[in-house]
Design a protein around this ligand. Structure first.
Ligand SMILES: Cc1cc2nc3c(=O)[nH]c(=O)nc-3n(C[C@H](O)[C@H](O)[C@H](O)COP(=O)(O)O)c2cc1C
Length: 167
């Protein structure tokens, strides 16, 4: 697909079909997503890719927003291996958000649907998947085949003049 069509076609999927995502498609998605840029190219990312019944059961207990997805990415960055800025912050959330966006767009390109999720119980995820304290969870990305159309609010966007200010 052309990039513009991918961007136009993507929407948040809140109902997934039971169909599994093939290993081949999943590998392709991961291969393309790691091309995402990161600050100083540190790539402080660690993404749990949940596909087993046991892992999906656990993530469903940690978030009300899994929507029957057959794959869930838990997008984390390593606080011990991230680009630190002089103002005391780091680029981990930005790096994680960029790769999560790549996942969403490449998924659309491959005919799959996604939903970005920030409603989750981090402690439950930490415990269920033995995440060490240095790993910061930024978001979940649900992945699978869409069984729904875009929600009404998908079509509500500010116009470009409300967001971009020409100077
Ligand atoms: C940072 C972020 C957090 C979000 N968290 C959730 C969430 O927890 N649950 C959910 O159902 N959708 C979540 N969404 C999806 C948004 O509600 C959705 O992107 C927005 O309404 C626009 O709709 P669209 O993605 O269909 O264009 C999130 C999206 C973003 C970017």
């Amino acid at each position: 697909m052309e990039l513009e069509s991918v961007i136009r076609d993507r929407y948040s999927v809140r109902k997934f079909k039971d169909d599994k995502v093939s290993e081949e498609l999943l590998n392709k998605l991961m291969e393309i997503s790691v091309l995402a840029p990161s600050a100083k190219n540190v790539q402080p990312l660690h993404i749990l890719t949940l596909t087993s019944d046991d892992a999906l059961r656990k993530i469903n207990e940690a978030s009300p927003c899994i929507y029957n997805a057959p794959v869930v990415f838990v997008v984390c960055y390593d606080k011990n291996n991230v680009y630190n800025l002089s103002n005391g912050t780091n680029s981990g959330s930005e790096d994680a958000s960029i790769i999560a966006t790549h996942i969403m767009l490449e998924a659309t390109n491959l005919g799959l649907g996604t939903c970005w999720i920030n409603m989750f119980d981090e402690d439950k995820i930490r415990e269920a998947f033995n995440l060490p304290i240095n790993e910061q969870v930024v978001c979940l990305i649900d992945l699978g085949y869409s069984d729904t159309i875009p929600a009404d609010r998908h079509n509500i966007r500010k116009n470009k003049e409300e967001i971009f200010e020409l100077k």
